[in-house]
Design a protein around this ligand. Structure first.
Ligand SMILES: O=C(O)CCC(=O)C(=O)O
Length: 301
């Protein structure tokens, strides 16, 4: 399968995946499908996101939640405040410089950066995380039944949506085996290079763990990858990118007047197990044994 592409391979969603999709996932670390969600499913997901955001903001204004300011000295992707629900299940992150309680519900919905932990926050999300063309397809690609690990809604507001730097999702996790973890990234708007679509390094999931350090966010060391080999994955709303948690990926800032929303569901195979930081550091490590995740690599210098 050719690695010298300038655009990702995006094909129309089939009824069922075939050996060819599984081969591409194994060789390139991803498949991208257009039209996985119907137009009405996309509308329902956007509506659920609006309802969830409004509900969380109204609860926070009633004092049923907490506005957590960034830690002193936090920068860039960690510099903004978060609204955390009572019990801590769900959090909305904003870009730095925003006072969430000053925003109307609509403004909050337009300007959030990330929401996580919302899978039980709306029946539409409960259906989507178990959708046969989402949970079913990632299971087919990874080769076993998948359990939901994390959910995020990622929004890049026009002109202020920030970059997510190059990383492997496993740098944030501590489940083994590494190859049994995968992500479904669901476009809720048409995504383009200008509004911050996903970029990938096809085939580079086979290189093992790459050392990360903390910059804007948890980021692969610059000398480990060649970003000029990246391919953008431009998807229409309803398209889904399925990728290995070992595949380096990144999204640029939104430099356009159009917002970019996505849902990200991360799944782990039923055969995965959670391990201690120490054990994880030995496996998610570079060839010389240096732990590769941000937190662990820092501890060893
Ligand atoms: O949607 C985005 O901007 C990037 C999401 C991502 O790669 C992540 O959160 O791991």
């Amino acid at each position: 399968m050719s690695l010298s592409l300038t655009r990702a391979i995006v094909e129309q969603c089939p009824t069922q995946l075939t050996a060819r999709h599984r081969q591409q996932f194994s060789e390139l670390g991803y498949i991208a499908l257009a039209g996985v969600l119907s137009e009405s499913e996309v509308v329902a997901a956007r509506q659920a996101l609006t309802e969830l955001t409004h509900r969380l903001m109204q609860a926070a204004r009633r004092g049923e939640g907490e506005v957590k300011q960034a830690r002193p000295g936090a920068t860039l992707n960690y510099a903004g405040p978060q609204v955390v629900t009572q019990g801590g299940g769900c959090a909305i992150h904003f870009e730095a410089g925003i006072d969430p309680l000053e925003l109307s519900d609509d403004e909050a919905e337009d300007r959030f950066r990330k929401i996580h932990g919302y899978q039980d926050g709306h029946p539409t999300f409960q259906q989507l995380v178990a959708h046969p063309r989402i949970q079913g397809f990632i299971g087919d690609l990874i080769g076993q039944q998948m359990l939901l690990k994390d959910v995020m809604a990622l929004s890049k507001p026009p002109f202020i949506g920030s970059e997510k730097p190059w990383h492997q999702d496993n740098a944030y996790f501590n489940y083994l085996p590494l190859e049994l973890i995968g992500t479904a990234w669901i476009a809720l708007d048409d995504t383009t290079v200008d509004n911050g679509c996903m970029h990938l390094l096809p085939g580079q999931h086979t290189r093992g763990a790459l050392r990360h350090h903390h910059t804007i966010d948890c980021e692969i060391l610059a000398d480990r990858i060649e970003p000029e080999q990246a391919v953008p994955v431009e998807l229409k709303a309803g398209g889904v990118l399925f990728f290995s948690a070992m595949l380096p990926h990144q999204t640029p800032p939104n430099s356009s007047p159009l917002r970019r929303r996505a849902l990200q569901f991360q799944y782990r195979g039923v055969e995965t197990r959670k391990v201690s930081k120490e054990e994880y550091g030995k496996i998610f490590a570079e060839a010389d044994g240096t732990p590769a995740s941000c937190a662990l690599a820092y501890e060893t210098g």
